[in-house]
Design a protein around this ligand. Structure first.
Ligand code: SF4
Length: 378
């Protein structure tokens, strides 16, 4: 399997019900940014600069849950900022899961060990750890030594406790895909369940502009990348990969991946900010969608980001005969849990205790656990 079966089944049911209802625009993934504060200053991230004036503001758990319920997307990607420094991150994930959503928690991994005891494993929850290369490269990208090592320790602890873990890599102009292949081979040995990757895209709040690629650069880079990385459990849809390799055209459907943060609903997309709206409905109704996308807005010219294009075939835009079969085959040909030591990933129901209680710290990781049985604070 590429993703947990429950997640795939719920998403398929959701899409079918939206189509039956004749919905023209519906969300697949909510990009939820409960805060923009972060412990790092990564080169390719514009959030801490774009939201400098509101960097200390945070959404409440109740605001986050209400936003998730309002838009109804089946998947909530909790990002930021660094969500693992959000004080109530454990309660936030529990409440969103209780409302029937699936969560991908995007983190730099530095606080997984410290806060793991606030979560419990379930097939509806992934830690998605950002890694842009092996140790030296990654620490350079995030402008801080030691981040890679701590993220790896976090991954090990999460896998040992029975969590699903994926990694997320941003591909820049200078990215060496051979190094990413090495990274994936290493993460496979840790039992990492899957790999997301997306081309970096330049927007005004990002300071370092010369690391970004044109469409032609992206196509070349991803032709090379897919050839090398396809043997791993890529969690990037095959249709989106075809688009990234220049073998297919897709339209931007940014409305399928809305962003909510302390300023409101961000329009038109995760990348460009032209407005913030008070409600999801207002954002959908008032955004002039026809003015965005490659060929319509110069800022979109080279964009091939997943937030604009990955959900496009799922949402039914420019669907081709055989797409459904391609996606089905892809889901069942996946191989979660890496190639190496699968001990942690092979626990019954992937570590879900079924008890409804929080997971205890993993006993086999004695160095992470204090004498009273709690995870050691970094
Ligand atoms: S193409 Fe779509 S996702 Fe990309 S910047 Fe433009 S509106 Fe945003």
């Amino acid at each position: 399997m590429r993703f947990p079966l429950k997640m795939t089944a719920n998403l398929a049911r959701y899409v079918a019900s939206q189509r039956l209802r004749g919905s023209e625009k519906f969300p697949m993934v909510l990009m939820l940014e409960p805060l923009h504060a972060c412990n790092l200053t990564c080169t390719g991230c514009g959030r801490i600069r774009e939201y400098k004036s509101t960097i200390s503001e945070m959404l409440t758990v109740e605001q986050c849950v209400a936003a998730s319920d309002e838009c109804g997307a089946p998947v909530v990607s909790i990002c930021g900022g660094e969500p693992m420094i959000y004080p109530e991150i454990g309660r936030l994930t529990r409440e969103i899961l209780a409302h029937g959503r699936h969560i991908i928690l995007c983190t730099n991994g530095m606080f997984i060990r410290k806060r793991l005891h606030e979560f419990k494993p379930t097939s509806s929850f992934f830690f998605n750890v950002h890694l842009d290369g092996l140790e030296r490269t990654h620490d350079l990208c995030v402008e801080k030594d030691g981040v890679f090592r701590e993220a790896i320790e976090g991954i090990k602890a999460a896998k040992a406790a029975g969590f699903f873990v994926s990694s997320n890599t941003t591909v820049y102009k200078e990215t060496d895909v051979n190094e990413i292949a090495e990274l994936y081979a290493y993460l496979d040995t840790l039992g990492v369940d899957g790999y997301m990757l997306s081309p970096a895209y330049s927007y005004s709040a990002v300071q370092t502009q010369d690391v970004f690629m044109s469409r032609a650069d992206i196509r070349e880079k991803f032709r090379e990348a897919v050839a090398l990385l396809d043997k791993h459990n890529l969690m990037v849809s095959p249709i989106y990969l075809d688009f990234l390799r220049g073998e297919r055209e897709l339209d931007c459907t940014a409305w399928g991946t809305p962003t909510f943060n302390p300023r409101g609903w961000k329009g038109p997309c995760y990348v460009i900010t032209d407005n913030h709206y008070n409600s999801y409905r207002e954002m959908i109704d008032k955004t002039p969608w026809e003015k965005y996308g490659p060929g319509n807005d110069p800022r979109c010219a080279d964009c091939m980001m997943h937030v604009g294009f990955e959900t496009t075939p799922v949402l039914g835009v420019k669907r081709q005969l055989g797409d459904a079969w391609t996606m089905l085959k892809w889901q069942f040909s996946g191989r979660m849990g890496g190639n190496g030591n699968k001990d942690a990933g092979n626990r019954p129901t992937n570590g879900h205790t079924g008890s409804g209680t929080l997971m205890p710290p993993p006993p086999q990781n004695a160095e992470l656990v204090t004498s009273d049985g709690r995870l050691r604070v970094l």
